[in-house]
Design a protein around this ligand. Sequence first.
Ligand SMILES: [Zn+2]
Length: 64
Amino acid sequence: MKSPAGNKKDTRGSVYCLICTHTVEADIVPTGRKLMVRSGQRCPRCASALDAAYVLGNSPGRRG
Ligand SMILES: [Zn+2]
């Protein structure tokens, strides 16, 4: 039996858009140890594909 606790799918997280160089929120998916942006999303700022965006973390927090 699978435990419902391990049923993670996609999560909301902060990603860095390389096109407009802004941090935006997007759906991220855990792939092994790394987090990746779920494909098919667009940046809310510049409407570019977030496929190549850099995931900063799974919690929208401060940085720097
Ligand atoms: Zn952008």
